[in-house]
Ligand binder design. Structure first.
Ligand code: UFG
Length: 325
C-alpha cells in the first residue's frame, strides 16, 4: 500500500515508517521537524516538510502522495507541558487533525490509523484497562487525543473514512537504526540511560508514596517494534475500531531502574522526589481485543529486552540524532 505518515520523523513514527518499508509498503513522510529529526526519516521514504496547521500544505502533499491510507503520529505529547500550555495541544492535536481529515475527504483517502494514548482514560477505576472503561482524561494532552478519537466517528459515518485508533501505553525501546531522541527528554527510560552514559548525574523518582508494592508508579512498557506491528495489522482492517495497546504487564519505576542497571552494568544514581502532577499510580493495558480481532501478540514481554534495544541504540548514538547518524 501507499501510506502517508504524519510525524514520520518522530520517535514512534520513524520506526513505524521503517517497518512499513521493510514490509514492502511505499511511504510519504509529512513532518514539520519541530519535534522530529531529518536523520530519523528512513531514506527509502519520500519526505515532505510541511505543517498540519496549513490546510493547503497537507492537502497538496496528500494528493501528490496518492495514498491509500494515512498513519497519523504528528502531535505534541508531553502531559506536563499540556497542563501549562493547553492551547498548543488543542491547536496542534485537534485543529491540525481537522485539517488532515479534511484533506482526506478532499483526496478521497478512506483509511486512517491514529496514534492515541492511554492518557485518554485518565485515572482508571481498575486495571488492566480494556476498551469498555470510560475515557476521562485528566490533562489537555489526553483530552486532545480523545477529541480526535471522537471526531473520527463522524468522519466514518459521514464520509466513510475508516479508522483504527491505537491507544498506546508506554512506548519504549528502539530498532537497529532508529531510537528515542526528544529535544526535551521527560521519559523515564531514556533519562535513566543518560545517567548510565554519564550525561546526567542522576535520575529522579517522582513519588515513592503511591499505593503500589514499592511505592512508585507502575506502567505498561511496550516495545516500539511491537507497536509498529500493530499498525501494520491495523491496515488490514476494513471496519473502524479502537484498541488498547500494551503488553499487559506492569513495571514500577524502581523496577525499571533495576532493569537498566542490570542491562547496562552501570550504576544509576537515584534521587527521590515528590510526585509529578498528573501521574496515575498504575496504568496497565488489556490488549485482548486487538489480540482476538487482529491476532496481535507482543514479541517483547520482558522489560530487560525492551531496555536492551534502547541501550544499544543510545550507545551507538550518544548524542541522539545530533550527529546526523
Ligand atoms: N518518571 C520518573 N522519573 C523521570 C521520568 C519519569 O520517576 O525522570 C516516572 C513518571 O512519574 C511515571 C513513569 O516514570 O510514573 C513513566 O513516566 P514517563 O514520562 O516515561 O511516561 P508517562 O507514563 O508519564 O507518559 C507516557 C507518554 C505520554 C502518554 C502516557 C500514557 O509520555 O505521552 O505515557 O500513554 F500519554
Amino acid at each position: 500500500m501507499n501510506i502517508f505518515v504524519t510525524g514520520g520523523a518522530g520517535y514512534i513514527g520513524s520506526i513505524c515508517v521503517e517497518e512499513l518499508l521493510n514490509a514492502g509498503h511505499q511511504v510519504t513522510v509529512f513532518d514539520n521537524l519541530t519535534e522530529g529529526h531529518r536523520a530519523a526519516i528512513d531514506p527509502r521514504a519520500a519526505f515532505v516538510q510541511g505543517d498540519l496547521a496549513l490546510p493547503e500544505s497537507v492537502k497538496a502533499a496528500l494528493a501528490a502522495s496518492k495514498a491509500d491510507a494515512v498513519m497519523h503520529f504528528a502531535a505534541n505529547a508531553l502531559v506536563g507541558e499540556s497542563m501549562t500550555d493547553p492551547s498548543k495541544y488543542f491547536r496542534n492535536n485537534v485543529n491540525g487533525g481537522i485539517n488532515l481529515l479534511q484533506a482526506m475527504v478532499e483526496c478521497s483517502v478512506r483509511k486512517i490509523v491514529f496514534s492515541s494514548t492511554c492518557a485518554t482514560f485518565g485515572t482508571p477505576d481498575r486495571v488492566p484497562i480494556d476498551e469498555t472503561l470510560p475515557q476521562k482524561p485528566i490533562n489537555p494532552y489526553g483530552e486532545s487525543k480523545l477529541m480526535f478519537e471522537q471526531m473520527l466517528r463522524w468522519y466514518d459515518e459521514i464520509h466513510g473514512i475508516r479508522h483504527v485508533a491505537l491507544r498506546y501505553f508506554n512506548a519504549a525501546g528502539a530498532s537497529e537504526r532508529f531510537g528515542e531522541d526528544h529535544r526535551i527528554e521527560t521519559h523515564l527510560i531514556p533519562n535513566i540511560l543518560k545517567v548510565a552514559l554519564g550525561q546526567k548525574s542522576g535520575v529522579s523518582i517522582f513519588g515513592t508514596d503511591y499505593p503500589t508494592p514499592d511505592g512508585t508508579c507502575i506502567r505498561d512498557y511496550i516495545h516500539i517494534l511491537d507497536l509498529a506491528q500493530a499498525h501494520m495489522l491495523a491496515l488490514t482492517r476494513n471496519e473502524s475500531a479502537k484498541y488498547n495497546l500494551g503488553t499487559g504487564g506492569g513495571t514500577s519505576v524502581r523496577e525499571v531502574i533495576a532493569a537498566c542497571k542490570k542491562v547496562t552494568g552501570r550504576d544509576i544514581h537515584v534521587v527521590e522526589e515528590p510526585r509529578r502532577p498528573g501521574d496515575p499510580a498504575r496504568l496497565i493495558a488489556s490488549s485482548e481485543k486487538i489480540h482476538t480481532e487482529l491476532g496481535w501478540t507482543p514479541r517483547f514481554q520482558a522489560i530487560e529486552s525492551i531496555i536492551e534495544s534502547a541501550w544499544k541504540w543510545h550507545l551507538a548514538h550518544p548524542k541522539g540524532y545530533e550527529t546526523g547518524s
